[in-house]
Ligand binder design. Sequence first.
Ligand SMILES: Cc1cc2nc3c(=O)[nH]c(=O)nc-3n(C[C@H](O)[C@H](O)[C@H](O)COP(=O)(O)O)c2cc1C
Length: 367
Amino acid sequence: MYTSLIRPLLFQLDPEKAHHVATRIGTALCSLPGAGPRMVQRYAGNWPRLEQEVLGIRFPNPVGIAAGFDKNAGYTGLLRFMGFGYAEYGSITAKPSPGNPQPRLFRLRKDRALINRMGLNNDGAETVCKHILEKKTAEPPLFENFPCGINIAKTHDPRITGDDAIRDYIASYTFARTAADYITINISCPNTREGKTFEDKKALIELLDGLGEARKNGDPPLLVKFSPDTKSTVSDELVTVCEERSVQGYVLTNTSSKRHGLRTPGEQLEKIGPGGLSGAPLFPGTLNRIARLRRQLPKDRILIACGGIDSPKRAMELLSAGANLLQLYTGLIYQGPALVAKINEFLVRKLHDQGIPSLSQWPRYES
Ligand SMILES: Cc1cc2nc3c(=O)[nH]c(=O)nc-3n(C[C@H](O)[C@H](O)[C@H](O)COP(=O)(O)O)c2cc1C
C-alpha cells in the first residue's frame, strides 16, 4: 500500500513538506483513542528473540531511527508505533538553529537516495533535552523499553571554531547527559572557516579531551559517528584516537558528499548542489566499514550500522558483518514504515530457522 498509494502522493510534495505531512498524520493516527498503546504493545518489544543488552542498555530490537528524522524528539510515539527499537534524536546543538534556507532536501528517486543540506536545524540542546525529560515524567510508558540516543553536533555557525567549537559541544553534552541513554558525537561538523571538520586528528583529540574533562562517573556511554568519506587510513587513525579516549562505540556512517556511481543524471545533481547523500548507494560502504572495524576492534566495542539499509536482507548482512545495532532513515522514505517490522520479522525467522535463541548470539564476527 505504501509504495503503490501513499508514496506516490507524498512524492508529489516537496520532500521536507512530505516529511511534515507524513509525521503529522502518523502522529495523529497513533494518538487516536486506544490506538497508540495498542500499536506499541503490538510492535515494540514484541520480538523477544531480538532483545539484547548493548552498552548496558536493554534494546527491544536492533532497528533504530537515525539522527535527523526526529531532531527535536517530537515523534517518539510514532517511532514506537512503526516498530523501531530505539531512537537517535538530534543532532542537537548548543544554540537553536533554523538551518539552511529551503529547499534543502532532495529526492534522487532513481537511486533510492536523498541529498540534504538541512544545516542542523533544531530547537537547541536545552529545549530538546528538557522536552525529553518532561515527556519521560509525564508519560513514562512512552520511553519505557525504548532507549534514547542523543546526537550532538556543533552549532551551525561558521564563526564558532577552535576552542569555542569545543565549548559549544560541551554545552550540548551537559544537557544531553541528563536525558540520554547514550550520546553520539557527530564529528562531521566544520571547525574552520575553510570547512575542515572534527574528522581532523588534532581537532578530534581536542574535542574528545574536552568532553573527557566534562564527563562524570555514571554519564551515558559515548559513541562517535563517522562520515563515509574519510579514507580508511585516516579513519583508522581517528579510531585509534577514540579508542585511547574510552569511546564505547561507533555509528557508521553519516551522509556522503560524494556523487560517483549514481543513476541520477549529472545535470540534476548539479542543479541540486551541495549536500549529504543518504540512502541505497551508501550500503556497500557501510558494509565494508562495519566488517573492517569489527575485525580491528575488541569484540565488546559497539558498532551501529547506518547508511543504505532499505531491506531485511541488507539489515541481516550488516549484523552478520559485525554490527550490534542498526539505524535507518532514507529507507523509510522509499519503503515506508512497514520496513521496520519487515526487518524485525525477517530477523526473528532467521534466528528461529537457525535455532539461535537470541540476537545477541548472532554469529556476527565471522564474515
Ligand atoms: C534529512 C536528513 C537529515 C539528517 N540530519 C542528521 C543530523 O542532524 N545528524 C546526523 O548525525 N545525521 C543526520 N543525517 C544522517 C543520517 O542520520 C544517516 O547517517 C544517513 O542518512 C545515512 O542513513 P540512511 O541511508 O539510512 O538515510 C540526516 C539525514 C537526512 C536524510
